[in-house]
Design a protein around this ligand. Sequence first.
Ligand SMILES: Nc1ncnc2c1ncn2[C@@H]1O[C@H](COP(=O)(O)OP(=O)(O)OP(=O)(O)O)[C@@H](O)[C@H]1O
Ligand SMILES: [Mg+2]
Length: 304
Amino acid sequence: MALILVSGLINIETTLQIDSFPLNYTPVCYPFFGVNGSVSGVGYNVTKALAMLGHEVHFTSLIGRDIAAQQVRSALIDIPVSDEHVLNAINHTPQSVILHDRNGRRQIHVDLKDIQQQTYPDEVFERAMAGCDLFALCNINFSRRFLQKARLTGKPIATDVHAIAQLDDEYNLDFMRAAHILFMSDERLPLPPEDWAREVLQAYAPEVVVIGLGAQGALLAIRNENVMQRIPAVTTRPIVNTIGAGDALFSAFLHSYLHSGNPYSAIRRAVVFASYKIGSTSAAEGFLNRDALERMCTERQIDP
Ligand SMILES: Nc1ncnc2c1ncn2[C@@H]1O[C@H](COP(=O)(O)OP(=O)(O)OP(=O)(O)O)[C@@H](O)[C@H]1O
Ligand SMILES: [Mg+2]
């Protein structure tokens, strides 16, 4: 078990199941049990996944001074993870609406409210970072100031820059510069993922780069070994909603990589974890616990 600091977004998520995209206009629909609400957000999802996998998490985040804040705190108790470093700093907790079709394709609408203008207090962050083995700093603005503090500890920094499209993307530059473990999505890449990963390794200094390829699986690139490998997706149960697949992949990779130091088995295990996760409706549901992941990986003869 490791002590991991996660800094990232919490939002209240509403999922709506639809038949297919694009959505035709009708004045009213009755999707029985097709509308669901949950506490979610990248920070929350990663925190919950890591806790399910047996780690202790110090979770730094900002939420509203609103009724949703109660829901967030009770969701953290349920995991259970301490809400000590989750601060009521803004008026409104961010919210998202996710439409998902019968094939699990999802469209995300996220309302960050004014969270991008908020700062997280230094002294609270410094308390939270004490003794941590790894820093998972999600690419929300309030994490940005802590990239350098985390680097000074000499512990690894992991981040996910999601649907990136430019190598010198201004918003994500600080995160890409600081990361030892760098995740992203292939969805908006201007180049084939292998070419893109090569450019990322040249432009920045991560040891490990992972690109999520959706139904095609993931691409793993390792700096020191000059290796690039595509790992195909697997099926462990029917897909309901692919929302949060990338967060699941990221979390499970960190879990296994911390344990074994082996990125090749870590990514294969993470693909199993992500495939199971997308059998749930919400981004924050469907995480295997450590033993269940272990069993599934043993069945598939994936090294620890
Ligand atoms: N449609 C799918 N079918 C099978 N596996 C999938 C599918 N979508 C995602 N996965 C699994 O989940 C992993 C992560 O998903 P994906 O590559 O879409 O992440 P991402 O694009 O980085 O993040 P996001 O969650 O924002 O899409 C994939 O590597 C794959 O293993
Ligand atoms: Mg994706």
